[in-house]
Ligand binder design. Structure first.
Ligand code: SF4
Length: 424
């Protein structure tokens, strides 16, 4: 098989992995080749919304495991192939020199013992860094079940590591990916989190410690392959941020790739649901929302019609309006339509004196939604009643496609136990 065919097969096999954004690293190579950007500019997206800015490949698409939702599972009837270390090094350097890419995202099917698979990925990164003096971005997949010494070594060459948890509950893993172990995946995350924290602490104390995966670790959750609701997914993501120190959780709408009877029948990938989960994730990471605040008790799924912040605001009318001259930063961040930039500008500007409502648009604040939730001098900026606000928010939200919850999984009524992972 020639290289072009290998690239075609192994790039196609990697396209379902969404955990590949490259923000957060500032590696530079003195006198070497390339540098990863601290501003995370090396992203671009395919028509189906997935990141392709990095050279995104599998080392091998052969896999011993048979995860029901995966295009590369052992039972799939697809062409199989693998790169060699040298082939991948040559490809990466060649593409980088031509300015096609700014880095490498390398994952693999589990074609052998986890130590062997992880060892190959590390060897690609080692040769790139040590022999080719490659300073671009490298994201390596951490292979659950490999030894901790290998994970530590991977973190010395990679900017980012990711172990994909894929499904949000142990019961869903047992159903759809029974050869995977949630505890093994979480164990790898825990170890990488500790290694990153130790490395940061050593460097803070000015010890000559090498950086461990300076862009941190990420993971991916497949959305809609299992019957798990958004509440479960949001709570897991919150725990991964809070307890495992993950930098990013990526959500990937399930694309049916097989007719396995354990999988739901979907009319289309649940892209609106994926989008709402990204919005909820944003609220947790930047707006001070706790996981259990995003959905009220008794609610299982995010609204397809409203973004989660607007939905929260409608459920909490007592919180509003917030006064543009008195509200603190985090109160302002609860206002639909007001982001970190707008809230920051209000806080900064009012140090010089009161803000008149008509000044807000001049400060770059879009009032279309925010006006319903702000007041000035004790008077609301807009007196529309609650029903009118709800109608306006729905009308100004992105129009949803087919409802993500319209086609229930065939197993949705089987009352699967919603076991949450026991975090190590
Ligand atoms: S381990 Fe599962 S998800 Fe990963 S490549 Fe193999 S079959 Fe796919």
């Amino acid at each position: 098989m020639d290289m072009a065919e290998k690239v075609e097969i192994l790039a196609a096999s990697a396209r379902y992995d969404a955990s590949c954004a490259s923000s957060g690293s500032s590696r530079r190579s003195k006198g070497g080749l390339g540098a990863s950007s601290p501003s995370g500019v090396c992203h671009s997206f395919t028509g189906d919304g997935r990141c392709v800015s990095l050279l995104k490949l599998l080392y091998s698409n052969s896999c011993r495991k048979d995860c029901a939702y995966c295009a590369n599972r052992a039972s799939a009837d697809i062409a199989r192939t693998s790169f060699t270390v040298e082939e991948l090094v040559k490809l990466t350097i060649g593409f980088y020199r031509r300015n096609y890419i700014e880095g490498l995202f390398l994952s693999s099917g589990i074609f052998s013992d986890p130590d062997i698979v992880m060892g190959r990925l590390i060897e690609v990164a080692r040769v790139l860094r040590e022999r080719e003096r490659f300073g671009g971005y490298i994201h390596l997949k951490a292979i659950p079940g490999c030894g901790e010494a290998l994970l530590r070594k991977a973190g010395l060459y990679a900017d980012r590591l990711s172990a994909n948890i894929e499904l949000p509950t142990a019961s869903s893993l047992a159903l759809l990916a029974p050869q995977k172990s949630g505890q093994e995946i979480l164990g790898a995350m825990r170890f990488m989190g500790q290694a990153e924290a130790e490395s940061k602490e050593d460097r803070r104390r000015r010890l000559r410690a090498p950086a461990f995966a300076p862009a941190g670790q990420s993971t991916q959750l497949v959305i809609g392959a299992s019957p798990d609701d958004d509440r479960t997914i949001i709570r897991l993501a919150g725990a991964l941020y809070g307890r495992m120190g993950l930098r990013r959780v990526y959500y990937s709408a399930f694309i049916p790739v097989s007719s396995d009877p354990r999988l739901p029948i979907l009319r289309s990938p649940p892209l609106i649901r994926e989008h709402r989960l990204y919005q909820a994730d944003w609220l947790m990471r930047f707006y001070g929302f706790k996981p259990d605040e995003i959905l009220d008790e008794g609610e299982s799924n995010l609204s397809a019609d409203l973004d989660p912040k607007s939905a929260w605001a409608l459920r909490h009318p007592d919180f509003f309006p917030v006064d543009i001259d008195k509200a603190d930063y985090f109160q302002l961040l609860r206002v639909p339509g007001l982001g970190v930039t707008g809230a920051g500008r209000i806080i900064t500007t009012r140090r010089a004196g009161r803000i008149a409502p008509e000044d807000l648009p001049k400060m770059g604040i879009v009032m279309k939604r925010a006006r319903y939730f702000l007041s000035s001098g004790g008077r609301p900026l807009d007196a529309t009643d609650q029903d009118g606000i709800a109608r306006s928010l729905v009308a100004t939200s992105a129009k949803p496609g087919p409802s993500p919850h319209a086609a229930p999984a065939p197993h949705a009524d089987q009352a699967l136990p919603q076991l949450e992972f026991a975090f190590p």
